[in-house]
Design a protein around this ligand. Structure first.
Ligand code: 5GP
Ligand code: ZN
Length: 112
């Protein structure tokens, strides 16, 4: 399958990897929207949050814990934002589940 994030997971496309676990990797976004902008990506190809069914019980929790660990690593003690853009209306541009971890500046609400 020709999936950009699968290619990053397998090392075929280079990325600025900052942490990894058994089921996920974390790397810096190529087009950062904040001083910290990290993507948490499952090693397994999962299309979006909508595909996280019973057979993947626990993966969502692992990704969230990874997001919190990355925020700690980058010293975001004043807070941060975790986003999972999902589907067309959610603004998802890469169809492989990922969490954005954004921080290092105040975030606005509502997002665009
Ligand atoms: P989405 O829009 O699907 O929520 O997020 C996809 C993210 O992947 C975007 O923030 C985009 O900047 C990032 N991205 C796209 N291509 C690459 C790449 O080749 N390397 C890295 N590190 N990030 C990428
Ligand atoms: Zn993939």
């Amino acid at each position: 399958m020709d999936c950009l994030f699968c290619r990053i997971v397998s090392g075929k496309v280079p990325a600025d990897l900052i942490a990894e676990g058994d089921r996920w990797i974390a790397f810096r976004d190529i087009n950062p929207q904040a001083p910290t902008h990290v993507l948490i990506v499952p090693r397994e190809h999962v299309e979006s949050l909508s595909s996280l069914d019973e057979s993947r019980a626990g993966l969502g929790g692992e990704l969230l814990r990874a997001a919190a660990a990355v925020a700690r690593m980058d010293g975001l003690e004043d807070g941060y934002r975790v986003v999972a853009n999902t589907g067309a209306d959610g603004g998802q541009s890469v169809p492989h589940l990922h969490l954005h971890v954004l921080g290092g500046r105040p975030m606005r609400w509502p997002p665009g």
